[in-house]
Structure formats: C-alpha cells, structure tokens
Write a protein that binds this ligand. Structure first.
Ligand code: XIL
Length: 364
C-alpha cells in the first residue's frame, strides 16, 4: 500500500513537472476564441513587444480605433485605408479571427456623417444612402477577410430606451436593422454583431433580448450579442452579469465578451460611456508605481471569478476579447479619469501575465 502511494505521489509530481507552459490560445482552444484589441503601432510592428504578445497568446483581434468612422471615413468622399489594411494583414499573417469595429456608432463618428453643409441633420433618405455607402464600401473592401463585424455599437441607454443619437433622431429604430441588412448584402458570409456596455443592467438586457428576437423573426442576420465588459472592482454585480449572459444566449445568438478590462483604481462612474470623463485628481490615482498586494489580490480574485463564469458558459460564448494587450496600452489610463496609472488587462506593463492566468498558462 505504502509503495503504491509513493508511486502515485511520484507520478503526480511528474505530471505537474511535465506540464508544459501554454499560451492563452492553447489553454482556451476548446472553449472560445481568446481575442485582443490591437492598435496601429502593434499592427505596424512599431510596438514590437505588444505585437509579439498579441501573436503569442491571442487567436482573434479587433481594431481598437482604426476602423471607427472618424478614422476610416473622415470626409464624405474620402476613405483612409492604410491603418485598417495593416490591421487586417496583421490578423491574416497570424491566422487570427478578425473583427471589424465598428460600423455604426454615435461616438468617434465623423462630424459630417449625419449633417448637411449648414450643420443641420440630414433627411432620412440621405442618411440611408450614406449608411449604405459607408457599410458597403468598408465591409465590401474586406469581404472574405474580416470574419465578423460589430455592426451597431451602443444603441441603447442603460434603462432600455433607445439612445437619442443622430441616427435615431433621423431614422428612429429602423437604423439598426438597416445597418445589419447593408452589412449582410456586402458580405453574406460575415458574422454580424450588436455590441454595448453595462449589459448587466436589467433594462438594457430586456431591450436587447427583444430587439434581437424581433430582428431574427424578420429574418435579419445577427450572429452574436457583444457584452463589452468594461468593469471595476465594485461593478458590475457578477450575478446580474451572468443573468444577462444567459438571457442573451436564450435568443439563439452567441454571446461574445468583446472589450474586457477591469480597473483596479477607485471608481468614479459605472458603465463605459466614453463621453463621461473626469479631470485628474491625485486621490483618484493612488498607485502610480505599483498596485499594492491586497488590491492586486482583490483584482485577481475577481478576474478568476469572471473566468469561471466564462468557462461554465463556454457552450454559448464564442469569444472573450481583452480591450488591449498590456496595462500600458489601455484606454483606462485616460478614462474615466485622465492620466491615471491603471491596471486593467491580462498583461502588465512588462508583458508579464497577471497571477489569475498562471493556472491556465502552467507557468508557475
Ligand atoms: C476606446 C479606445 O480604446 C480609445 O483609444 C478611444 O480613445 C476611445 O474609444 N466602447 C467601445 C470602444 O466600443 O470602441 C471604446 O474604445 C471603449 C468603449
């Protein structure tokens, strides 16, 4: 008996010693795609360390900024393709599942898009024509090369009302199915997604479930509901969040975690409304050098709980994407408070994986 136990113990030691370090994409390969938002410097290779981490660990990318309207279509008769082309090539060179972000969004919208030459809102037909041109041109250019599109971003308020964007003012609810129809016309094989923040809110959840069910009943293609998932240490409530995940899956769509980051600094607002910015204050930036161990432990525990939510719902989640490669790249260093030293991503400023990832990577 003693000998058997000794042998068993020896073989267990061997198993744990022989477990090879893995990459994130190996660790989650049977569960979901593991993605990352990349910026123009990673795609051009100027940021070689960021690019190397993206290539090593992730099998999907999304464009953090270069495909937003103000970047890619700054004037009515001018598109700017250089950065977007480099983004797509980066994904192709590295066999990644490539996501375009985003076709219709009120933020980072080129100022001309919904206005006439006097600055007044255009009429409904003019906006339909502009949307069709915008979506057909961009989706058409990358037909067969970009596998999925965030078609409409942030159309609904936290309470479930439609956001009163210029798109909504001019076209009403119609702008959403229209945008999906145009995208599907331009690339019938591309997956099409609707995406928003604060998806844990019941009002938003219910509205999206209804909206997606309506679109499906009308035969409009929609493949996934994207939960952005910009989080903090105290929001959202994770059971509300998991309830939304399940409610979205009940529509028959896949669920995607599209923009995951979790701030470790004092929170000043919830949600992720890009327009809600707060001026720098020293008290809001308490750890400019290093995250204290107790806060780091709190952050890692919460990330661990979140990964467990994703793993137990892996049958309905097709992708989990981090909104940036390393802490140094994150938009959360400037949002919601400008100029803070944040710690929201999977990799720290030296591209070391955070502790919650060690068990997946077998590297400790
Ligand atoms: C952010 C980018 O990360 C920043 O670089 C940019 O200045 C503002 O937008 N929701 C979205 C993303 O859908 O496109 C936003 O990205 C973050 C919130």
């Amino acid at each position: 008996m003693k000998k058997t136990l000794t042998l068993l113990a020896a073989s267990l030691v061997m198993v744990s010693c022989s477990a090879e370090p893995r990459t994130l994409k190996d660790a989650f390969k049977d569960k979901f795609l593991i993605g990352v938002a990349v910026n123009q410097w990673q795609c051009s290779g100027e940021d070689s360390l960021g690019a190397a981490t993206a290539k090593k660990h992730f099998n999907s990318i999304v464009a953090e900024n270069v495909m937003k309207c103000e970047e890619i279509h700054p004037e009515e008769n001018r598109y700017f393709w250089d950065d977007a082309d480099r983004f797509v090539k980066f994904g192709e060179d590295n066999n990644m599942f490539i996501i375009g972000h985003c076709l219709v969004w009120h933020s980072q919208l080129a100022p001309w898009f919904c206005k006439d030459s006097l600055g007044n809102l255009v009429d409904a037909q003019t906006l339909r024509d502009r949307l069709r041109d915008h979506i057909h041109t961009i989706v058409g250019r990358y037909k067969g090369r970009i596998q999925g599109w965030d078609v409409v971003n942030e159309a609904i308020e936290d309470n479930g009302d439609y956001r009163n964007s210029d798109f909504y003012k001019i076209l009403g609810e119609e702008f959403i199915p229209l945008a999906f129809q145009y995208a599907h016309e331009a690339d019938p094989d591309a997956e099409l997604y609707i995406n928003d923040y604060s998806m844990n809110n019941a009002g938003k959840r219910d509205r999206y479930v209804k909206l997606v069910n309506d679109m499906k009943s009308k035969g409009i293609r929609i493949d996934a509901i994207g939960m952005q998932s910009h989080m903090g240490l105290d929001y959202p409530n994770l059971s509300d969040y998991e309830n939304s995940l399940k409610a979205f899956a009940s529509t028959g769509c896949k669920v995607m975690i599209t923009e995951l980051d979790m701030g470790a600094l004092p929170s000043v607002n919830r949600g992720a409304n890009v327009a809600d910015k707060v001026a720098y204050q020293k008290e809001l930036n308490p750890y400019p050098e290093k995250l204290p161990d107790d806060v780091s432990a709190q952050w890692n525990n919460r990330m661990d709980s979140l990964m467990n939510i994703y793993l137990r719902n892996a049958d309905v989640i097709s992708r989990v994407t981090a909104w940036g490669v390393s802490d140094g790249d994150s938009w959360r260093n400037d949002w919601p408070v400008r100029g803070r030293h944040e710690y929201p991503l999977f990799f720290d400023r030296n591209y070391n994986p955070k502790p919650f990832l060690h068990k997946y990577l077998n590297d400790k």
